[in-house]
Design a protein around this ligand. Structure first.
Ligand SMILES: C[S@@+](CC[C@H](N)C(=O)[O-])C[C@H]1O[C@@H](n2cnc3c(N)ncnc32)[C@H](O)[C@@H]1O
Length: 629
């Protein structure tokens, strides 16, 4: 963690544009065009970039808030049941927002040294009373991010509980919404409610008309791969202006010195953001030859749906009801493929952008299919529209709808594929940014990436670098121990586990590893001491109990081994339990506890009938029981 704080100092002391004082990593990132939020994600080692494509999108959505003294709440600290694991994303928010107070919320207890601006609270994301107390103590929040359980009913309930207290103009972010399609998270292909993508896709269609109560204060909704962003109105009834949208500005990004090619359709006006820019404007008809000649590779199309009254006056206009799926497909087809933007506005949004209008029906389906890659994880045969890989962003305000056309094919951690061009580019970015870094968080995350996708030489070199830095991250020890075990380098295994246990004395995995190492070294007494210490901290740990039983049996003390063998069997997943139960029943017979052995084996057979090992154990006990002999 010391290295993390070094980075924080450097990072917060320099402004974005200054070169002097920037770390080599930051300068590399800047040279490669990587935004500062993604840079912080790489350096701190969160999977919000790499295995996911969140941070570039977050940067667009959040960059204007960077120097504000805001209050940010993230649900889900990470690291699950390990008290001292996780917190990578909290470190990113802390570093990216130098004036922010950051609150992390997790159902598990967390003790992480993240500095004075980060505060972690323990509780459930669906406990209304607890959330109210967090808001009272640490809120009101300007930004809320739900990266918690990802269960659909939780995501929806948490939004209902927390959105009302979000400050006016605040931003609510939801990650990993692809779980909307995953049965084990309560998801389904039919988006059976409560379902996060289903709920927000519908809410998006209703923004210009009657809304479900909680959506009254929604100014806009944005959709990206695996995530949804909800903007709260700055004041009651206030509307968000699409002219200020960072996604609209993408239309002019990366085009060099040439003019922005804009098509205005149906009486649409040039958005204010492009006033004074070098633009080349054409005004084609709705029915023009979209995708041909000058109507191909457009940077921006603004199309205004017109009411019938106005359409009578203008030959270029079309009633919203007449503009359907085919027209929208033609317009999107005419955009350039790396950031072209289509904006659909309407003179009468309540009619032409109504929930049941063809435009909104089209948008709703595209909103769902943004997660096409993950939909296929559980439902490989699902029919997906070919546009899904090209719609990068959808933004909806009450009076407009925006599509960004750009590659949307990043494989998330579900079904990850490192050969995918977008994923490969992200890995190259991570490697380049961390080439000269000495920040442990990022390097440890990279170590895991190299271990999966890199060469053995690169992985080894990185492991050695971390070793020579005196790395103390748990993931570093786990990796290095596994590698030393693979090489049968017992001396290194012992040395690493000694250091790991100095840093993580309560970690049952390291205790178990050390006990195994000592058993292999025939140091039974030392193994016993390590196991006793480990079991004092985690009495129910399956492996520790199993090893303790094994050591005691090896010493001939079966009586003493019994409670550990029983606990180990009880803590083993049901499908793997029978061999341990059979062994325990036999251990009971070895110390003359025949009646107990019979009861135990019979109960195990009751729970898992037809298991050969258990049936044999029961048979063994019954046929050899002293009173039957
Ligand atoms: C995906 S991890 C968070 C990762 C972290 N935000 C990051 O990007 O580094 C999810 C976390 O949510 C926590 N969690 C699960 N169910 C929860 C609940 N009902 N309430 C609060 N937190 C929960 C888990 O303990 C876990 O640490």
């Amino acid at each position: 963690m010391a290295q993390v704080f070094n980075f924080v100092e450097r990072f917060s002391q320099v402004s974005d544009t200054s070169v002097a004082g920037k770390s080599a990593s930051e300068m590399t990132a800047q040279a490669r065009g990587i935004d500062p939020l993604t840079t912080a994600a790489i350096i701190n080692g969160t999977d919000k970039y790499g295995y996911h494509d969140y941070t570039p999108n977050y940067f667009r959505v959040l960059k204007h808030l960077r120097d504000r003294p805001l209050r940010l709440l993230e649900i889900g600290v990470g690291g699950y049941s390990d008290e001292d694991r996780g917190g990578e994303s909290l470190a990113v928010w802390r570093d990216f927002f130098p004036m922010a107070q950051v609150t992390g919320l997790d159902i598990q207890k967390k003790t992480l040294p993240l500095g004075p601006r980060v505060h972690i609270v323990q509780g459930s994301q669906v406990d209304a009373e607890f959330l109210a107390s967090v808001e009272a103590a640490r809120g009101p929040f300007d930004v809320i991010l739900d990266d918690g359980s990802h269960r659909n009913e939780h995501v929806v309930e948490t939004f209902r509980l927390l959105f009302p207290g979000l400050v006016p103009g605040g931003i609510y972010l939801i990650e990993d919404v692809q779980t909307s399609f995953f049965p084990r998270f309560g998801g389904s292909l039919e988006l059976t409610q409560p379902n996060s993508v289903g709920l927000f896709a519908q809410a998006m269609t209703q923004l210009s008309g009657d809304r479900d109560g909680i959506f009254d204060d929604v100014a806009s909704i944005e959709r990206f791969h695996n995530m949804i962003v909800i903007h709260k109105s700055p004041a009651s009834g206030a509307r968000r202006n699409l002219d200020a949208s960072p996604h609209l500005l993408r239309a002019g990004e990366g085009i060099g010195d040439r003019p922005v090619k804009v098509a205005l359709v149906g009486g649409a006006k040039l958005p204010a953001a492009f006033a004074g820019r070098d633009v080349e404007i054409i005004q084609p008809d709705w029915s023009a030859e979209w995708g041909q000649g000058p109507l191909a590779g457009l940077d921006l199309i603004v199309a205004e749906l017109d009411t019938p009254k106005r359409s009578k006056k203008s030959s270029r206009s079309a009633g919203g009801a007449k503009v359907g799926e085919d027209t929208l497909r033609s317009l999107i087809g005419a955009l350039r493929t790396d950031g072209g933007v289509l904006v659909v506005t309407a003179t009468d949004p309540a009619r032409d952008l109504a929930a049941d209008s063809p435009v909104m029906q089209f948008a709703q389906q595209r909103f769902i299919e943004v997660d096409h890659r993950e939909m296929r994880v559980h439902f490989p045969d699902v029919a997906i529209d070919e546009l899904a890989t090209q719609i990068h962003t959808i933004e909806r305000t009450p009076d407009a709808l925006l599509f960004v056309k750009a590659p949307n094919d990043w494989p998330s951690n579900f079904g990850y594929d490192a050969r995918n061009p977008q994923a490969a580019e992200a890995l190259a970015n991570i490697r380049a940014v961390l080439a000269h870094s000495d920040v442990e968080g990022g390097l440890v995350q990279l170590l895991q990436i190299e271990n999966r996708f890199g060469t053995p030489e690169d992985t080894r070199a990185l492991e050695e670098k971390l070793g020579s830095m005196g790395a103390t991250a748990r993931r570093y020890f786990e990796h290095a121990v596994a590698q030393a075990q693979r090489r049968h380098d017992q001396a290194r295994v012992g040395a690493l586990l000694t250091r790991a246990l100095e840093n993580y004395p309560a970690d049952p995995g390291f205790s178990a590893g050390m006990a195994r190492h000592l058993i292999a070294e025939r140091r039974q007494e030392d193994a016993m001491r390590v196991l006793k210490e480990g079991l004092a901290k985690t009495p129910s740990h399956r492996v520790l109990n199993q090893l303790m039983s094994k050591v005691l049996v090896a010493q001939g003390d079966i009586e003493a081994a019994l409670p550990f063998a029983r606990e180990a069997a009880a803590r083993t997943p049901r499908d793997q339990r029978p061999p341990l139960q059979a062994r325990y029943a036999k251990m009971l017979t070895q110390v003359g506890k025949w009646a107990e052995a019979e009861r135990y084996a019979a109960r195990a057979v009751d729970v898992t009938p037809n298991n050969d090992e258990l049936l044999a154990a029961l048979e063994y006990v019954r046929t050899r029981k002293p009173d039957l002999q």
